[in-house]
Design a protein around this ligand. Structure first.
Ligand SMILES: Cc1cc2nc3c(=O)[nH]c(=O)nc-3n(C[C@H](O)[C@H](O)[C@H](O)COP(=O)(O)OP(=O)(O)OC[C@H]3O[C@@H](n4cnc5c(N)ncnc54)[C@H](O)[C@@H]3O)c2cc1C
Length: 261
C-alpha cells in the first residue's frame, strides 16, 4: 500500500521586505511579497527522500494561507511533491496557532495520511508549536526536531541532536515529525520539475469543506491576542573604538556597561 506523506508548508512574508502590522495588529500580508518558508524546504526534502526509499509513496503538500500561498505550493511541487492542497478562506484572517492547527488537522484527516512532515518552525511566527498541536489533534505520536529521519516497516525513526545528548527516536505510523535545518540541504527545483509542477493537481478547500465553523478560527476564535506593537527603533550609528593602546580596555568597558560580560 502506498505511503501517504503530507508535508505542511507555510507561505511567509519575505524577511528581506519591509513588513508592517495592519490596523487590527495582524501582519499586513498584502503589503509584502511572500515565499515558501525556508525551513519547510527541509521538510519537503526529507519527504522526497523517504518517498524515494519507499516502494510506493505519494506526497501531498498542504498550506493554510491567502491566495498567494499557492506560490509556496508550486515551489514544493516543482521540488518533486505529487499534489497540493490549499486551504483558503476570508474567515481565517487573524487565526492563531491553535486555530491554524485545527484547520491543518482537519485537512490532513480529509487528505488521508500515514506520515505528516513539518518544518522545525516557520520563519515568521517561529513558534515551533504546530507539530505538537497537530499530533495532539490527530491523536498520533510526534517525533520532533529530527536531524535525520527514515521510515522502515511502518515505523518512523530519527535522530534528535540536543544540547546534552543525541537521541534515537521512533514511533509507529501514523505519526507527525518535524525536521531541522540540519537534516540535509533542500534540492533546487530543476527546469523539468518547474514545468511538471504546472500540471500537478492543486485542490482548494475552504472552512465549509473542512466542517469548521468560522467562530472556531479568525480573530474571534483566537486564544491569543496582540495588545500592542511598536515600530522597531531606527538603527543608530555604532560606536567605533580606535585602538591607541587602550582599545582592549575600552571594548571590555563597552561590553561590561551593557552587561554582556
Ligand atoms: C491568513 C492567515 C492569517 C493569520 N493571521 C494571524 C494573526 O493575525 N495572528 C496570529 O497570531 N496568527 C495568525 N496566523 C497564524 C500564524 O501565521 C501561524 O500560522 C500560526 O500562529 C502558527 O505559528 P508559527 O507560524 O509560528 O508556526 P510554527 O509552529 O513555528 O510552525 C511549525 C511548522 O508548522 C507548519 N505550519 C505552520 N503554519 C502553517 C500554515 N499556515 N500552513 C501550513 N503549515 C504550517 C510548517 O511545517 C512549519 O514549519 C494567520 C495565518 C494565516 C494563514
Amino acid at each position: 500500500m502506498s505511503l501517504r506523506i503530507v508535508v505542511c508548508v507555510k507561505y511567509v512574508p519575505d524577511a528581506t521586505g519591509d513588513r508592517h502590522f495592519a490596523e487590527d495588529l495582524t501582519v499586513d500580508r498584502d503589503d509584502v511579497d511572500g515565499l515558501l518558508s525556508e525551513l519547510d524546504e527541509y521538510a519537503v526534502e526529507q519527504a522526497l527522500q523517504i518517498a524515494d526509499e519507499a516502494d510506493d509513496a505519494e506526497i501531498t503538500v498542504l498550506t493554510v494561507g491567502p491566495e498567494d500561498a499557492k506560490d509556496a505550493l508550486r515551489k514544493a511541487l516543482s521540488m518533486g511533491a505529487d499534489k497540493a492542497v490549499h486551504v483558503e478562506d476570508d474567515d481565517l484572517h487573524g487565526t492563531d496557532a491553535l486555530g491554524t492547527s485545527l484547520v491543518l488537522a482537519k485537512a490532513i484527516e480529509k487528505t488521508g495520511y500515514d506520515l505528516v512532515v513539518c518544518g522545525m518552525a516557520s520563519t515568521d511566527g517561529t513558534m515551533g508549536v504546530l507539530p505538537a498541536m497537530l499530533a495532539e489533534r490527530l491523536g498520533v505520536p510526534q517525533v520532533s526536531l529530527l536531524a535525520e529521519v527514515s521510515v522502515e516497516d511502518g515505523t518512523v525513526k530519527g535522530r534528535r541532536d540536543g544540547d546534552t545528548a543525541t537521541e534515537q527516536l521512533e514511533a509507529r505510523l501514523p505519526a507527525v515529525v518535524s525536521v531541522t535545518d540540519q537534516s540535509g540541504e533542500a534540492r533546487y527545483p530543476s527546469f523539468k520539475g518547474i514545468m511538471a509542477a504546472k500540471k500537478k493537481p492543486v485542490e482548494s478547500w475552504d472552512l465549509e469543506d473542512l466542517e469548521i465553523e468560522s467562530d472556531e478560527v479568525g480573530l474571534e476564535g483566537a486564544w491569543s491576542a496582540v495588545d500592542g506593537a511598536t515600530e522597531r527603533p531606527a538603527r543608530t550609528a555604532g560606536t567605533i573604538v580606535k585602538d591607541e593602546g587602550e582599545g582592549g580596555k575600552q571594548l571590555a568597558a563597552f561590553l561590561a556597561e551593557r552587561k554582556f560580560i
